[in-house]
Ligand binder design. Structure first.
Ligand SMILES: O=C(O)C(=O)C[C@]1(C(=O)O)C=C[C@@H](O)C=C1
Length: 269
């Protein structure tokens, strides 16, 4: 029986994503709740599945999570986007605000008005909630679904009301096109690493995709962490059965100059 590594404790947004994944696919690996995103990715490789929040409306790509994905052997199974809502709950005259490290960057305007309290970063939103419960002078930014009627609360503290996070469901299986709904377009995520450094490399990549009329969704560069000034490029684009051949041709062509790693060909659930 497969297991799935999820950022815990239970009821994090990653856990909500797992419930939605189960509902949409009827696939129910046993959830294993872990205390940090690094543990989720490390243990996901042996457990079979893992859930990784990768991008947010306000924060953009979560760079530390991207790096975890790049340096793992996991592939992308599918993608789920969730609405994210944060409220602030507090004890009278709080001295400390517990907030998860990605959540903090989604609530910067609110926190700017709370400079007298000490910000304590946590690994997950539910950890923030538990720390608040145990601290008589505590406050926390937490998902709305955790707030109880007895809590003192300020509702809606994200920088923008329309806030979404994109989660990747990862698996340790061999790479393959995973289609939950046939005939739907799918997304391709790849990492391109130049074999050597010379002018015009990025132009060559973009030209390859442009000439084939493949519509790129995003391109990001991240340090390879091997040598200062060396980067790999993370690209995402949409494809479907009619463009599958063209995509293969472009990737094969680029392989002459670049190391190409396909992270996944997957559907948005
Ligand atoms: O702490 C949680 O609830 C999580 O699932 C993690 C996480 C993240 O790291 O992006 C998920 C969604 C929100 O963007 C904030 C936090």
């Amino acid at each position: 029986m497969n297991k799935i590594a999820i950022l815990g404790p239970k009821n994090t947004y990653s856990d909500v994503c797992f419930q939605v994944y189960h509902h949409k696919t009827q696939h129910e690996p046993t959830p294993i709740y872990l205390r940090s995103m690094k543990q989720v990715i490390d243990q996901g490789e042996s457990l079979g599945y893992a859930i990784l929040p990768i991008e947010n409306t306000l924060e953009g790509y979560v760079q530390s999570h991207m790096d975890l994905l790049f340096f793992s052997n996991l592939h992308i199974d599918s993608e789920i986007k969730l609405e994210i809502q944060f409220d602030y709950i507090y004890k009278p005259n709080p001295k400390r605000i517990y907030v998860q490290y990605v959540t903090k960057n989604q609530c910067l305007n609110f926190l700017e008005n709370h400079l007298d309290e000490t910000i304590v970063l946590t690994e997950s939103n539910v950890e923030s909630y538990e720390k608040y419960l145990n601290d008589p002078e505590g406050a926390a930014i937490v998902p709305r679904h955790l707030v109880k009627p007895i809590d003192l609360v300020i509702k809606g503290v994200s920088d923008e009301a329309d806030n979404h996070t994109r989660f990747l469901i990862l698996n340790n299986q061999p790479l393959g096109l995973k289609l939950y709904n046939k005939d739907e377009p799918y997304k391709v995520s790849i990492v391109i690493t130049p074999k050597e450094d010379r002018p015009g490399l990025l132009h060559e990549i973009l030209e390859g995709f442009g000439d084939a009329k493949i519509n790129l969704i995003s391109i990001m560069s991240r340090p390879t962490k091997k040598k200062m000034g060396t980067y790999h490029f993370f690209l995402e684009f949409m494809a479907d059965v009619s463009t599958q051949r063209i995509v293969e041709t472009v990737l094969n062509e680029l392989k002459h100059t670049f190391d190409i790693r396909v992270l996944g060909m997957y559907q948005i659930l």
